[in-house]
Design a protein around this ligand. Structure first.
Ligand SMILES: [Zn+2]
Length: 88
């Protein structure tokens, strides 16, 4: 057969398997939730843009009514008591 590199042994070609899974497939595997399904209508969601510029991200968040600043950090707590102190 032309174009098979001469290595045709007569066995059928293995099915095509992608080397990498999509982000949606990985998230679905980890969280058992399909992130590509719209929760409102059940339609298929697709990525249309990725915002990386801080000014653009802030403008988008303002436009959809979300806070543009991260929530305040909670002050650290002391670690739990690791040992008991006994008077001797
Ligand atoms: Zn929808």
């Amino acid at each position: 057969m032309a174009g098979d590199g001469g290595g045709n042994t007569g066995s059928p070609a293995p099915p095509f398997r992608p080397h990498r899974l999509t982000w949606a497939a990985l998230l679905a595997r980890v969280f058992a939730f399909d992130f590509t399904v719209c929760p409102a209508c059940g339609g298929r969601l697709r990525l249309i843009a990725a915002l990386t510029d801080p000014v653009s991200v802030s403008r988008y968040l303002q436009g959809v009514g979300l806070p543009t600043e991260p929530p305040p950090l909670i002050p650290p707590k002391a670690p739990p008591q690791q040992s008991w102190y006994f008077a001797t």
